[in-house]
Design a binder for this molecule. Structure first.
Ligand SMILES: [Cu+2]
Length: 232
């Protein structure tokens, strides 16, 4: 072997190595970029428009919807979702709210019952006055309204709205089988935020139908049954 051939061999190996590293880097960048682009957007609380009795001056309002499948949304359609058949909170699960304030949440609940595995979560906790307001449909399909500290039967929970680190747990009653098509239960409650921080929140009903124990898919994916409350 002459020296020239050896140099050419080395040069070829270097070129192959550089190309390989370059291609791998590009793939990693594409993967991360795709995740960032497709990740859930955020929803910033708007100033509260409804007087809430004795609540502090600083207050905020968040409007959400829970659906049996993303493609059946009434209030917040989310076209081009990668999982249109998944159960979900809408429009997103990344919620931005002010620190040291009262946050009022309205949830348009349209899903049927999955039931709570632990009846403990049927009781509301950590909310202002200990009660949530709910308009709903009874067993006869008649519209009803009232203030509740719990849902009567843990088996009729569709979802929960829970922020464990803030002690907030709210059960969401399933839509009655007798309710007219396209109906929703509207659940409203308030909770207080303290210091700034990022708090995980999630649903505690194993509502991921078709997954192991109902705890896969939408229960494990940001933007469906879990998210972050950004207190700022
Ligand atoms: Cu759920």
């Amino acid at each position: 072997m002459v020296a020239g051939e050896s140099n050419r061999g080395t040069a070829t190996r270097v070129v192959v190595l550089v190309l390989t590293v370059g291609i791998l880097s590009a793939l990693v960048a594409l993967f991360i970029g795709d995740f960032v682009v497709r990740g859930p957007g955020s929803l910033t609380a708007s100033p509260a428009t409804v007087a809430q009795g004795n609540q502090p001056a600083q207050s905020a309002f968040i409007h959400l919807e829970t659906v049996a499948s993303v493609d059946s949304a009434i209030t917040f359609p989310r076209p081009n979702d990668p999982n249109p058949s998944w159960v979900s909170y809408l429009p997103t699960t990344i919620l931005k709210v002010p620190a040291n304030s009262v946050v009022t949440v309205q949830i348009d609940q349209e899903d049927g019952a999955s039931g709570l595995r632990n009846p403990f979560w049927a009781k509301a906790r950590g909310i202002v006055d200990g009660k949530f307001h709910m308009t709903y449909f009874d067993d006869q399909g008649n519209p009803q309204e009232g203030d509740f500290s719990a849902i009567a039967d843990p088996a009729t929970a569709a979802h929960t709205f829970a922020i464990p680190d803030l002690g907030v747990f709210v059960p969401l009653e399933a839509i009655s089988d007798a309710a007219p098509a396209g109906s929703m239960n509207v659940i409203t409650f308030s909770f207080k935020t303290g210091k700034a921080g990022v708090y995980h929140w999630q649903c505690f009903v194993p509502c991921g139908a078709g997954t192991i124990y109902g705890n896969g898919g939408p229960m494990q994916t940001l933007g469906y049954m879990a998210g972050f409350l950004v207190v700022q």
